[in-house]
Design a protein around this ligand. Structure first.
Ligand code: NA7
Length: 537
C-alpha cells in the first residue's frame, strides 16, 4: 500500500489536536490529524455519562487564541456540561474549517523512526501507512479507560459499560437496579446525577475520596458580557497561578492565623465555585501534615453535617490520605445522595468484590442483584495513550521499554531516543496537574515555535539531549516529593491497580507539580536561549 506523506501528522482530535492543527495550517504547514474515533472531541466526545462536566470554570477552559471566538461563544453554565462542551469543540473546528485536515476512524498502531531518512512511518489499524517528518502526539492524558480485573466480568447478562463508553442512545434507568463501581471524580459526578433517576443505586466504594461542592450556576447574558470584557485579565490570572485557574492561593500564612480565622476562611471557600477550596487555600495544606490534618478534619465535619446516617458518613470520610492530596473531585449534592432510600453505599473495605456474576456483583458478604453495572474505574492515566501505540525510536528501541518504570521526558514535550515526536500535554508536562486547556495552549505554542525554529535552521531531526532529560526528570521528582501527594495512591502518582505492570507503592512520576508559572518560565528560557537542551540536525 502506498504511503501518504505529510510534513506533520498529529495524532488525536481532542482539545490538543484541534488547536495544534489550527496552528500548523495557519502557518501553511502540510499537516493532518489522525483520530481513532469516528468524530472529533476526544474526552468530550467520549465521556457522555450523566453529570459529566468541567471542574474548571468554563470561561477558563475555552481556547484563548481567537478574540473573535471569545466574543462569539456564550458559556451557559459556570461549569459547562459535556453536550455543550462537545458543541463548543465542533463550533471551533467548523469556524476555522479544521475538519478538512482531520481523518477519523484512523487508529494508529505503530510508529517507526528512520534515523537515515529522518521520518516516522505510521501504520494504521486496517493497513494504511503515513509518513511524516514530525509527529505530534496529542493523545489525551485520560483517554485509555481501565476496567477492573474481576473474574466473571464478561458473564454479566445485564447492561455494563465504563463511564467513558456510556451509550450514546438515551438510557431509561428509572426502574433499574444500577451498580456504580468507583468514587473518583467521574464516579462522584455520575452517582450524584443518577441518584434520583434510577430505581435503585448501589455504590461500590473501594476507598472514599475527599470531595467538596462545585457550586455551579447559570451564566446570564450580562455576566457573559462582563466575562468577555475581562478575558485578557482572566487568562493573565490563569498564567500567574500554580494550577492555571483564576483562584489565587491564600498567602497570609496558615500559622499566622488563629484556628477560628482558618475556619472562617474555609467556610468562605466551601461556598465558592470550583477548585477555590484547594487552589485558593493556604499552600501549607499541600506541604505540611499538621495543616493538612486540620483541613481534612474541617471537610470531614462538613461530610458529617450533610449525611444523615452517622455510620455512612464515617464510611465516606477518607482515612488513608489527606484532603486534596489526590485529584479532588467536585460535587453537586453528592453526599446528600446517600440520604435517599434508593441509594446504598457498599463499602468494599468491609467486604471486597469477589466476582461479577450473570446477575450482579458478589462481594465477600453478599450478592447484589443488578440490571446495569457502571464502571467508573478510571484510566491508564497520562502514559496509557502512548502504551497503546507500538513506538520504535532510534536503533529500534521501544517507548514501552524506555518507559517501563515510568516516563522519562524533557519538559513533557520530547523524549531522548524518539526524535521528532512532539508531545502535547505529555507525561511530565504541567498539564496533568493543572487546568488542561491552558497548559495545552502553552504546549502547542511552544512545540510549534520549536518546529518553526528547526525548519528555519534547515534541521530535520529534533531530539532532547539525554542529560537535559535527566535534569528534567530530577526536577519532576523534586517537585513531586515536596508535596504531601507523594504519599497518595490516585492517578497523580501514576498507580492504577487495573493496569498490568503497575506496582502498588511505586510512584510513576507522570506529571510536573512545580506549577504553571515555573514551568512556563523554564520552557520559555529554553526557547530564548536558542534551545540548548535540544539537538537539532
Ligand atoms: P479515578 O480518579 O482514577 O477513580 C477511579 C475510581 O475507581 C476510584 O474510586 C478507584 O478506587 C475505583 N476503582 C478502580 N479500580 C477498581 C476496582 N478494581 N475495584 C473497585 N474500585 C475500583 O478515575 P475517574 O474517572 O474518576 O477520574 C479520572 C479523571 O478524569 C479525573 O481526575 C478528572 O481529571 C477527569 P481507589 O480510589 O483506587 O481505591
Amino acid at each position: 500500500m502506498e504511503a501518504k506523506r505529510h510534513e506533520v501528522v498529529v495524532i488525536g482530535a481532542g482539545v490538543s489536536g484541534i488547536y495544534q492543527i489550527k496552528r500548523l495550517t495557519d502557518l501553511g504547514i502540510d499537516a493532518i490529524v489522525l483520530e481513532g474515533d469516528d468524530d472529533l472531541g476526544g474526552t468530550w466526545y467520549r465521556n457522555r455519562y450523566p453529570g459529566a462536566r468541567f471542574d474548571s470554570e468554563s470561561y477558563t477552559y475555552g481556547y484563548s487564541f481567537s478574540k473573535e471566538l471569545l466574543d462569539e461563544w456564550h458559556w451557559n453554565e459556570r461549569f459547562s456540561a459535556q453536550p455543550e462542551n462537545l458543541r463548543y469543540l465542533n463550533y471551533v473546528a467548523d469556524k476555522f474549517d479544521l475538519r478538512r485536515h482531520m481523518r477519523f476512524d484512523a487508529r494508529v498502531q505503530t510508529m517507526t523512526w528512520s534515523d537515515t531518512e529522518h521520518e516516522w512511518t505510521i501504520h494504521l489499524q486496517g493497513g494504511e501507512i503515513y509518513v511524516a517528518t514530525f509527529v505530534v502526539t496529542s493523545l489525551g492524558p485520560l483517554s485509555m479507560p481501565t476496567l477492573p480485573r474481576y473474574e466473571g466480568i464478561d458473564d454479566f447478562a445485564g447492561h455494563s459499560f465504563h463511564t467513558y463508553h456510556w451509550p450514546e442512545e438515551p438510557l431509561d434507568l428509572s426502574d433499574k437496579r444500577v451498580g456504580v463501581i468507583g468514587t473518583g471524580a467521574t464516579g462522584i459526578q455520575v452517582i450524584a446525577e443518577l441518584a434520583d433517576k434510577v430505581g435503585e443505586l448501589k455504590v461500590f466504594q473501594r476507598r472514599p475520596n475527599w470531595s467538596s461542592p462545585l457550586n455551579n450556576g447559570p451564566i446570564s447574558a450580562d455576566e457573559m458580557a462582563a466575562i468577555r470584557d475581562r478575558y485578557d485579565e482572566i487568562f493573565a490570572n490563569c498564567s500567574a497561578s500554580p494550577g492555571g485557574f483564576e483562584h489565587v492561593p491564600d498567602r497570609r500564612g496558615f500559622w499566622n492565623l488563629t484556628p477560628e480565622q482558618r475556619i472562617e476562611t474555609w467556610d468562605r471557600l466551601y461556598e465558592q465555585p470550583g477548585f477555590a477550596i484547594s487552589a485558593a487555600n493556604f499552600p501549607a495544606i499541600f506541604l505540611d501534615e499538621t495543616a493538612n490534618q486540620e483541613m481534612s478534619d474541617y471537610i470531614a465535619n462538613r461530610i458529617r453535617d450533610r449525611v444523615d446516617d452517622p455510620q455512612i458518613a464515617e464510611k465516606l470520610i477518607p482515612r488513608d490520605h489527606g484532603f486534596a492530596t489526590q485529584r479532588l473531585p467536585l460535587e453537586t449534592r453528592y453526599f446528600e445522595a446517600y440520604n435517599r432510600d434508593n441509594v446504598h453505599l457498599v463499602s468494599l473495605a468491609d467486604a471486597p468484590i469477589e466476582r461479577i456474576t450473570e446477575t450482579g456483583i458478589q462481594t465477600a458478604a453478599e450478592h447484589h442483584d443488578l440490571d446495569v453495572i457502571v464502571y467508573a474505574t478510571g484510566f491508564d492515566a497520562i502514559t496509557g495513550g502512548y502504551d497503546r501505540i507500538d513506538i520504535h525510536g532510534v536503533g529500534g528501541q521501544t517507548l514501552a521499554d524506555a518507559w517501563r518504570n515510568g516516563p522519562s521526558t524533557y519538559l513533557g514535550a520530547l523524549a531522548n531516543g524518539f526524535p521528532n515526536m512532539f508531545m502535547v500535554a505529555g507525561p511530565q508536562s504541567v498539564s496533568g496537574s493543572t487546568n488542561f486547556p491552558r497548559a495545552i495552549e502553552t504546549g502547542v505554542d511552544w512545540l510549534t515555535d520549536l518546529l518553526i525554529h528547526a525548519r528555519n535552521q534547515g534541521a530535520t531531526r529534533v531530539e532532547a539531549r539525554a542529560e537535559a532529560e535527566q535534569r528534567w526528570v530530577a526536577e519532576v521528582v523534586r517537585a513531586h516529593e515536596k508535596l504531601l501527594l507523594r504519599g497518595s495512591k490516585g492517578w497523580f502518582t501514576g498507580y492504577n491497580s487495573n493496569v498490568a505492570g503497575h506496582q502498588e507503592g511505586t510512584i510513576r512520576y507522570q506529571a510536573y507539580f512545580g506549577g504553571v508559572p515555573k514551568y512556563v518560565s523554564i520552557i520559555n528560557q529554553e526557547a530564548a536561549d536558542g534551545y540548548p537542551s535540544i539537538d537539532l540536525r
